[in-house]
Design a binder for this molecule. Structure first.
Ligand code: IMP
Length: 205
């Protein structure tokens, strides 16, 4: 399939996920050239959609006429009232979570484990959400949402992936997302689902 779209992310984990989602279709998705030299977009929106649109719109201005894809994503844990949610990338930071200051994966995972200490397995339900926006020349054309339902373990498992993957157990296959290759994760993940919805839209557009 001929797909002309550029990705806007500096997160190697997301790049790996998108590559895994695109590979079965024979598609290679390239990042925006010189992405790291572009001014960073402050992710201060109240929703995943707001942040995804903001990133796609802003970065699309750097590559005139091109379709630009950006995702905003995170983990919603029911026992924590939906936290860390839009603050997933900076959950270990002091409140209020400063939108310009991400914290590292190990610290974020440690905070989740701390907050869930003593919470029974049945109550450790959670979901990953990914909202992807596609924009051109500063305007969002469409957004796509994907979700994956799982359970938060009480200790990490697996070496792959990024972020909260080692804590996110996916009952359907009896593994955490960190125990999956990029291609396997894409079959089940929120990002894989959003990407496939984008491909469907692109096919019909
Ligand atoms: P953002 O979309 O750049 O705001 O960052 C999303 C944050 O959510 C990441 O830094 C991770 O902490 C978490 N996250 C989103 N998607 C995933 C995933 O697929 N696996 C693990 N963690 C994720």
């Amino acid at each position: 399939m001929q797909l002309q779209a550029l990705l806007a992310t500096s997160n190697p984990g997301k790049l790996r996920d998108f590559a895994g989602a695109a590979a079965p279709y024979g598609i290679t998705i390239a990042n925006i050239p010189h992405f790291s030299s572009l001014p960073e977009v402050v992710e201060d929106g109240a929703t995943f959609e707001e942040n995804a649109r903001k990133k796609a719109e802003s970065y699309s201005l750097a590559v005139s006429g091109e379709l630009v894809l950006a995702d905003d994503s995170g983990l919603e844990i029911d026992a924590l009232g939906g936290a860390p949610g839009v603050h997933s990338a900076r959950y270990a930071a002091d409140e209020p979570h400063n939108a310009e200051c991400n914290t590292d994966d190990a610290a974020n995972n440690a905070r989740v484990l701390r907050e869930l200490k003593g919470v029974s397995e049945q109550k450790r339900t959670a979901r990953f959400i990914c909202v992807m926006a596609v924009a051109r020349d500063g305007h969002t054309l469409h957004t796509f949402r994907g979700a994956a339902e799982g359970i938060i373990l009480d200790a990490p498992r697996g070496q792959h992936g990024f972020g909260y993957d080692p804590l996110f157990y996916f009952p359907q296959i009896g593994k955490t997302f960190a125990e999956l290759s990029a291609a396997e994760k894409a079959q089940y993940s929120h990002r894989g689902a959003a990407f496939r919805a984008f491909l469907e839209w692109h096919r019909e557009a």
